[in-house]
Each structure stands twice: as structure tokens, then as C-alpha cells.
Design a protein around this ligand. Structure first.
Ligand SMILES: N[C@@H](Cc1ccc(O)cc1)C(=O)O
Length: 417
């Protein structure tokens, strides 16, 4: 049983999106009883978001799926300042031209996850430059600035490390919190927005908005943050060895995007299926149970599902197909070392450990067994966990070979001779 009664929070909870909520019971009540408008802000620091931002987009997606109204807010105003939260250094200032062109480019991918329009449940794309750029300084200080206590602003974790390390925090950056707080109040006034979501690094900024709302007479506002995600080995989400995993198709092909997900670490597969696909939970449970022997097949499903949402199903399936061909061609390529095994021997069947030793991938059966137990051995790219497995003619692929792999780099083609 879920601790939530609203579809939205139950879904977010079971799929692993929730880090912190400002008033759990109150927010659940609200979602259970009315159509809620909520927003997430995105600053245009690059021409595209990367896979790290996908969790935010997915939260907006689930809002709409469960009957509520999401706002994707582009930071045309806040982007002129730059959020210092948990950042070691000030960001380089962007020109208005860069900000505008980044926004135009970032915007494009949202339509793949949300349906925009004028109706009561249609998503809205809004730019905070619409109100922030016209602010009159003295009026703003008197109407909004007076509600902020500098003492309290200095106490937030998001700026504390900078201050503790005595790294400079410019007055420009220090104002960011106030602008984001003002956005929340403004979105409430304009569109009845009650909830702001974001990554856990946004907590301070969001809570400041709730407080400002109290002082400026909005109804109760709420905060919901998602966990800051890292992969099982501790890497930041959305960064690969080849650089950022961009969402915009002109910055990263569907194929490379697919590959990023295909390379998911074993321990992350189930978590990522919940966060980044819309597969039903019982289907995810079934796939997670297969994770032992068929984990590579499950990773391909993960990759295809995540890619299908962003690039369309056809492109995703094409990426999967290209990957399959590349693998096969790789297996066929004669530059992979090979060993011959007598046909008769294969027909009778040869033990996995003996084959590993024969292929020179281990010096002894004991060493071979440790490789298998460590999950490092694959036959035709499928991980094998049963050390007693008998390898026979059945394993010979259409290409006439068996591909035996140890880890990611060592491959031996076994040729029946
Ligand atoms: N500060 C957010 C972006 C944002 C901008 C404006 C807002 O009103 C809300 C959020 C970030 O850096 O990710």
C-alpha cells in the first residue's frame, strides 16, 4: 500500500522520483481533490538539456498523465543571472542573444514528453523573461526585497559551501534566489500554480518561494524535489566518457543516445526503467527479475524505450538494429582472435570452464570459475552465470562461430573445425 492517495504522488513515489516534499499530506490532499498546476524551471545554459534533466521532464510528464497541468518554465530572465546553488564558481554571463537561441533550441524536445495547448489540462511553455526583464529596481526592492532576510538567505546549504570556503558569491548571484522565489509567486498569480518541483539542489530556492508566497498572500505553495542522481559507480547522470548526453537530436544522434542507455550498469537497470520509461510497474518487475541471465536484453529494452520517447519509436528501433548489426559485424571481423575446436568435440559438448581455459582466457578451471562467478563471461554477448554450462553446436551463430568474451575487451571466436 502506498502512503499516497493521489495518482500523481503514488506514481512518483513508486517510480523513485521523490526526495523531499514540503508538506506531504497537504500536497497529497490537493492532488487527490483538484487539477493542480505545477512548474519546473530550466535555465538556458546550453543549447540543449542533457540526460540529467530527463528526470525533471518525466515528472512533468507524469503530472499530465495523471490529469494535472504542467508548466515548463524557460529561464529567459534567471538565465541572465545564473543559479549559484551548490556551484563552486560563478557561471560565465551569457548574452541575451545566446540566451534566446538556447531557449529556442531547448524548447524543442519538450513536445515529445508533454502535450501543449490552450486547454485546462494542456501543458504550458512560459518564459520568466516576460516578467523579470521589466522589473523596476526600486519598486522590486520595496515590494519583494523587503520580505527577505539576508541572515536567513546566508543560512541555506546551497550557498553555504561558497561562503564557508570564502569563495566569492557576487551580489548578482545572491539575487538569484529572490528571482526564483518571485517566479513561483508570479506563476501562482497568473496561472494558479501551487507546486514547484526540481532537483534536490533546488530546495532552498523553492522554499524561499513558498515563504515569499506567505508574505505576499498566495494560497499555500508546495515544494517537491527529486533525488540527485548518480549511476551505481558514482558518475553524474547524463555525462558519458564522450561528453554530455544531449537531448537535442542535432547534438546527439538517436544511435548514440541509445548506446548511452544500453551501457547502463547492471545495478541501475531496474531504477532507470522506473525513472526513464513509462513501462507499467508490473512489466518492470518482470524485466528486473530477468536481470540475471538476460540483463543485456533488458538493457536493450531500456535503451529502446527511453530513446523512443525522445526520438520516436522508429528511430529507436533503427538505433537498436544498427547496434545489433555493428555487433554482428564486429563478431565476424577477422581481426578478433579465434581458436579452432573440433566439430566432434563441440557436438559432444564442452564445459564452459574448459572452453575458457582452451581459449586462453584463464590459466586454470579455478580462475575460469572466478570469472564466471564475477559475471565477466559472455557467450554471444549474453552473460553466463552457470559455470557448469555445456557449450555445444547449439551456440554456434548464423556466422558459424561462437563468440566468447571476458569482460568488455577480450573476445575470442570459437570456430568449429
Ligand atoms: N534554478 C533552476 C532553474 C529555475 C529557474 C527559474 C525558476 O523559477 C525555477 C527554476 C536551475 O538552475 O536548475
Amino acid at each position: 500500500m502506498s502512503r499516497f492517495k493521489s495518482d500523481f504522488l503514488r506514481t512518483l513515489d513508486e517510480r523513485g522520483f521523490i526526495h523531499q516534499i514540503s508538506d506531504e499530506a497537504g500536497l497529497d490532499e490537493l492532488f487527490a481533490k483538484e487539477t493542480v498546476t505545477a512548474y519546473i524551471g530550466f535555465d538556458p545554459t546550453a543549447p540543449s538539456l542533457h540526460a540529467g534533466g530527463l528526470i525533471q521532464i518525466m515528472m512533468l510528464h507524469w503530472m499530465q498523465q495523471t490529469g494535472h497541468r504542467p508548466i515548463s518554465l524557460m529561464g529567459g530572465g534567471t538565465g541572465m543571472v545564473g543559479d549559484p546553488s551548490f556551484k563552486d564558481d560563478a557561471r560565465q554571463l551569457m548574452t541575451i542573444d545566446t540566451i534566446e537561441s538556447n531557449i529556442a533550441s531547448i524548447k524543442r524536445v519538450f513536445a515529445n514528453y508533454l502535450s501543449y495547448g490552450e486547454g485546462a489540462k494542456d501543458a504550458m511553455m512560459i518564459n520568466n523573461g516576460d516578467w523579470l526583464r521589466d522589473i523596476n529596481y526600486l519598486e522590486f526592492l520595496r515590494d519583494v526585497g523587503r520580505h527577505f532576510s539576508v541572515n536567513r538567505m546566508l543560512s541555506f546549504d546551497s550557498v553555504k559551501t561558497r561562503l564557508d570556503r570564502e569563495q566569492s558569491l557576487s551580489f548578482l548571484e545572491f539575487n538569484y534566489m529572490i528571482l526564483q522565489a518571485y517566479d513561483f509567486v508570479e506563476l501562482n498569480k497568473r496561472y494558479g500554480c501551487r507546486l514547484q518541483m526540481g532537483g534536490s539542489d533546488q530546495w532552498g530556492n523553492i522554499v524561499n518561494g513558498i515563504d515569499l508566497g506567505h508574505r505576499m498572500g498566495t494560497p499555500q505553495l508546495y515544494a517537491l524535489t527529486s533525488p540527485l542522481l548518480t549511476t551505481a559507480s558514482g558518475a553524474k547522470m547524463g555525462k558519458s566518457l564522450n561528453g554530455a548526453v544531449w537531448l537535442n537530436p542535432d547534438m546527439l544522434s538517436a544511435y548514440d543516445f541509445w548506446q548511452y542507455w544500453r551501457n547502463t550498469e547492471d545495478a541501475d537497470v531496474s531504477r532507470f526503467l522506473k525513472l526513464y520509461t513509462t513501462l507499467p510497474m508490473d512489466e518492470i518487475a518482470r524485466l528486473s527479475a530477468l536481470a540475471g541471465s538476460e540483463i543485456n536484453e533488458v538493457k536493450k529494452i531500456l535503451a529502446t524505450e527511453v530513446t523512443a520517447m525522445l526520438h520516436g519509436r522508429e528511430n529507436a528501433e533503427q538505433a537498436a538494429e544498427t547496434a545489433r548489426k555493428t555487433f554482428e559485424e564486429g563478431a565476424l571481423a577477422d581481426n578478433l582472435p579465434s581458436i579452432d575446436v573440433a566439430k566432434s568435440e563441440l557436438e559432444a559438448g564442452i564445459g564452459l570452464l574448459a572452453l575458457i581455459v582452451k581459449a586462453g582466457l584463464a590459466a586454470s578451471n579455478g580462475e575460469a570459475r572466478r570469472h564466471v562467478q564475477g559475471g565477466a563471461v559472455r557467450i554471444n554477448d549474453v552473460a553466463i552465470s552457470d559455470e557448469r554450462k555445456i557449450i555445444g553446436s547449439g551456440e554456434v551463430t548464423a556466422d558459424g562461430v561462437i563468440k566468447l568474451s571476458l569482460g568488455k575487451k577480450k573476445h575470442i571466436l570459437v570456430r568449429p573445425a
